[in-house]
Design a protein around this ligand. Structure first.
Ligand SMILES: CC(C)(COP(=O)(O)OP(=O)(O)OC[C@H]1O[C@@H](n2cnc3c(N)ncnc32)[C@H](O)[C@@H]1OP(=O)(O)O)[C@@H](O)C(=O)NCCC(=O)NCCS
Length: 254
């Protein structure tokens, strides 16, 4: 065989072998588990189907990795979650993380979960990019109701990360849990700080800063806007459908 023929033959063989290797790698990835490692005990990763039945042989969930560094953690997700960006769940100990049933895009970034922290998200979440750091203070809870919508570049911070101390030596800025009610729409670039409680059916305007003082305590829904956010309208609701769709079936108040 001439030298050229020999090299051409080898080249073709390498391509075929490469294709076969990639095929088996793909097959392996399809069946691999989402649990990257489990260094502790009594850790549970539960995948539910749409009828809330636990699946013992669930399919690999794309873009998800779960790591257990400690003990007694519980992670619950639904099989058809549509993670549009990598969700890396890293548990320490006694963490609970649940994301409810949803067919909508889910883009959430987390930091490693500090001990005893909980993140509970209801059904029908839509998220185009929410960052929820929970690595810094033990025992924090973030609860998000059903049907919430997070636009891109939003953030939920249950603690400040550094301490503010008064002249008597007291820390002023303790971490506090956050509750976002059902059916809240969080506008693009907004931030929700420690102690915030957002009433059901509320809207937080673009680039707004919701703090624990934003809520006027009556828990009526509202449009909250600005830095810090203030309520500019109360007793409203919103709809995930856009103006063009909804204005076909509802009157418009100009
Ligand atoms: C919150 C929002 C929905 C309210 O819309 P709206 O009901 O039409 O409100 P208006 O434009 O009439 O504004 C009402 C008042 O709030 C103020 N305001 C509205 N949005 C604001 C914002 N994001 N930050 C600060 N002030 C704001 C207006 O200046 C106005 O103040 P005024 O009464 O003193 O004049 C809209 O302003 C907004 O922020 N949209 C962005 C939503 C988004 O992020 N979408 C991403 C898709 S997922």
């Amino acid at each position: 065989m001439s030298n050229i023929k020999y090299h051409f033959y080898r080249f073709m063989c390498n391509i075929t072998i490469g294709k076969i290797k990639r095929f088996f790698q793909y097959k392996k990835n399809m069946s691999k588990t989402n649990i990257v490692y489990n260094r502790g005990e009594n850790n549970k990763f539960i995948v539910l189907d749409s009828q809330d039945n636990e699946l013992h042989n669930y399919q690999y969930i794309k873009n998800l990795s779960v790591k257990f560094n400690g003990n007694n953690n519980l992670v619950i997700l639904y099989e058809n979650i549509n993670l549009t960006k990598s969700l890396n769940i890293v548990c320490s100990s006694n963490n609970i993380l649940k994301i409810g049933r949803t067919n909508n895009p889910v883009n959430i970034t987390l930091t490693d979960l500090c001990e005893n922290c909980k993140l509970i998200i209801g059904n029908d979440l839509t998220s185009y990019g929410v960052h929820i750091p929970l690595h810094d203070s033990k025992g924090m809870e973030v609860n998000i109701g059903n049907s919430c919508l997070f636009a891109g570049q939003t953030e939920i911070r249950a603690y400040d990360g550094h301490s503010i101390i008064d002249n008597c030596g007291n820390i002023l800025n303790s971490p506090e849990n956050i509750t976002i009610g059902n059916h809240c729409w969080i506008g693009v670039g907004s931030m929700i700080l420690k102690g915030s409680i957002i009433p059901d059916n509320s809207v937080l305007g673009a680039k707004s800063l919701y703090t624990k003082r934003t809520n006027p305590n009556d828990l009526q829904s509202g449009i909250f806007v600005g830095v810090p956010a203030k309520r500019v309208r109360k007793d409203i609701n919103w709809d995930i459908r856009n103006f063009d769709t909804l204005s076909q079936i509802m009157p418009v108040n100009k």
